[in-house]
Design a protein around this ligand. Sequence first.
Ligand SMILES: C[S@@+](CC[C@H](N)C(=O)[O-])C[C@H]1O[C@@H](n2cnc3c(N)ncnc32)[C@H](O)[C@@H]1O
Ligand code: SF4
Ligand code: SF4
Length: 363
Amino acid sequence: MGDFTTILEENGVWLNPRIRTQVVKAFQESDYCLEDLKKAFVGDDKLGFQISKAINYPLLPPKNLLLTVTTKCNLKCKMCNFPTLNIDNELPLEKWKELIGEGYEMGIRSIVITGGEPLLNKGVLELAKYGQKKGMYVSMQTNGILIRESQVPLICESINNIGFSIDGLEKNHDFIRGKGTFQKTLNAISQIKNQKESLEVYVVTVLMNHNFKDIPKIIENMKKWGVDKLNIQPLMPNNLDYTKKDEKQSLWVKPENIKELGAVLEKVKQFKKKGVKIDNNEYHLDRFTPYFKGELTPSDFECYNGFKFISVWSTGSIGLCLGQIGDVNTSSLKDIWYGEEAYKIREQIKHCKKPCMQNCQEL
Ligand SMILES: C[S@@+](CC[C@H](N)C(=O)[O-])C[C@H]1O[C@@H](n2cnc3c(N)ncnc32)[C@H](O)[C@@H]1O
Ligand code: SF4
Ligand code: SF4
């Protein structure tokens, strides 16, 4: 199918010769035509990701490069699986920098630095600064506890957008994250804002049974705390292994609370309508209730794992939610992302039976 490959070539998409035949065949068998393909390359990103999904091959650069610069952590939050890990062989700073360069070459313009607790990686701020110099928009997700006053100027210089975790008002947050952590995180936010008002600060709240009723109050307090934006993340049964769907039952929203959850989500929508910056769109918010009821089906939730971001693990392995696709110690980011293993796992992702509701995956 000459025209298909010509359009890809004209738009700078590398078609891996090893899987070329499968990709071309998948496009021929898809519901998309060459006109759609052309539209995808002139600004219709949504269509671009949809066609990519249909053919198991990325046509557009991922939106983000997610760097898990360490899996170690200073906290033991009740809902998080990272504290169960004990991994030492983290990539050195030079390798992380190299990856940012490779990502840039692939057309990625945004990096998200996370962990574990990213500030436990001594080189993290140098890395952020390097990312910015390379032309990346740099975000970091942190619990905020380790931020020292002396680091605040460098953080504000090196990062475009910083996310803190707040999992409820003080009592419920501290129940999950440890005594005193709420005040320490708020203190970190205020130090950042005092240093640089214009730096965007967002908060991630994991929605669980014990804390969902706090969400309207969190929203009401955002301004006072110096928070610009909120992202509500429904609890995952296991945030290291998406295939495990039945853990953490004690934190899961209980059936008797589902109705009240619905009412809270309606309030969230009202706040959004009034202009409060809340990342979750209505599409996402409307799926929280069926998710917690265990009734969400694949046709209810479009997932773009494998297309929207590349996630590099602290050791250098790259995984999609359903399996590893390569290792940057032995292959380039480009070879992994456009490789045969990625092609296979993307095919499996299409058949995911129980969506995990990570909002970063929907368009
Ligand atoms: C793994 S943490 C790493 C960054 C940093 N340590 C922090 O807590 O913000 C990234 C995000 O995942 C969230 N998280 C942890 N466990 C989760 C779970 N079981 N389901 C959904 N999100 C979870 C955290 O609350 C945090 O917002
Ligand atoms: S959520 Fe963040 S702070 Fe809490 S244990 Fe996990 S990695 Fe650490
Ligand atoms: S919804 Fe997507 S990211 Fe989540 S488990 Fe299914 S395929 Fe993976």
